[in-house]
Design a protein around this ligand. Structure first.
Ligand code: CP
Length: 316
């Protein structure tokens, strides 16, 4: 594996999940692997879990870690080839990526979707430009269209908590006051398509995800029908894909409530976090024993650790 940009980098998902669970049992079993190696993390957007879990993962492997809030502290980057840089952008991606590559052995990047320019977002301008001009492996810490570290942690969590061979997993849209990207939902759908699960997607009309990702999956527009007998309810808001980046509904009737969870098969509640309480999910659900959001966030460390371990393999 040269980079970890999307879950397509995973050659055998079940084997990866097993390996991540082994790392969880003994996080320090490869504590010398990353000795004298440096991870550099560049954040164009805020983070709690991704930042700390990836740093912890690197430290578990004995790596040094550098973190930069590029969005607020770095020079504004120019991505266009041949541009005359006479306005606000002080540094070209060609120099930035090449220079950073000299300071680290693995480069991790978070750069969200603009939600204003679908073509540019789908081209993954920031991530792919770093990939083009950097000379070290790149890890996607959530890009415009994908959050593969989250999806790997999600798959690990479902494996840990499932009680039946083929669980029913519901991906439910829930209301949110702001326009959010599709990255988490995209990667979750892709990951579930690789798992032995019965995946059901539910959302209001107009919130259909990229059909290139959902493929021939049908949508259950009745949320309560979708929840019936679910083993897992994965909650996420996203903005419209068709009416790109627009908030079409803030309908509180789509909020996840205890009443809806009672329709499930004693289902577990998942969310990538952060979550707005009593807007997306009501307190009673998040505070219930069926919520596994904290365990899910814990698995971010072992997902990241496995990815870093595999990328460090090139230096052995
Ligand atoms: N789920 C997730 O990526 O969390 P952060 O945005 O806090 O990193």
């Amino acid at each position: 594996m040269k980079h970890y940009l999307d879950i397509t980098a995973i050659d055998h998902v079940q084997s990866w999940i097993d390996q991540a669970l082994q790392l969880k049992v003994d996080p320090f079993q490869f504590e010398s692997l990353g000795k004298k190696r440096t991870l550099c993390m560049l954040f164009f957007n805020p983070s709690l879990r991704t930042r700390l879990s990836t740093q912890k993962a690197a430290m578990n492997l004995g790596m040094q870690v550098m973190v930069m809030n590029f969005g607020s502290e770095g020079w504004q980057l120019e991505f266009e080839d041949g541009s005359i840089m006479d306005a606000g952008k002080a540094e070209h991606i060609k120099e930035a990526a090449a220079v950073v590559s000299q300071y680290c052995d693995i480069l991790a990047i978070r750069a969200f979707a603009s939600l204003t320019d679908r073509e540019q977002d789908e081209a993954e301008l920031v991530l792919n430009s770093f990939k083009k001009y950097a000379t070290v492996p790149i890890v996607n810490m959530e890009s415009a269209t994908a959050h593969p570290l989250q999806a790997l942690a999600d798959a690990i969590t479902i494996t840990e908590f499932k009680k039946v061979e083929r669980p029913k997993v519901v991906l439910s849209w829930a209301p949110h006051p702001k326009a959010l990207p599709h990255a988490v939902a995209n990667s979750f759908v892709k990951m579930m398509q690789l798992q032995n699960v019965n995946l059901v997607i539910t959302h209001p009309e107009g919130y259909e995800l990229d059909p290139a990702i959902t493929k021939d999956m049908s949508v259950e527009y009745d949320q309560q029908n979708a929840f019936k007998d679910a083993d897992f309810v994965y909650v996420k808001n996203w903005s419209s894909y068709k009416n790109y980046g627009k908030v079409l509904s803030k309908d509180k009737n789509w909020m996840i409530t205890q009443q809806k969870m009672q329709l499930t098969n004693n289902g577990k509640l998942m969310h990538c976090l952060p979550v707005r309480r009593n807007m997306v999910i009501e307190d009673a659900v998040l505070d219930s024993d069926n919520s596994i959001v904290i365990e899910q966030a814990n698995n971010r460390t072992f997902a990241a650790q496995l990815v870093l371990k595999k990328l460090l393999g090139r230096y052995e």
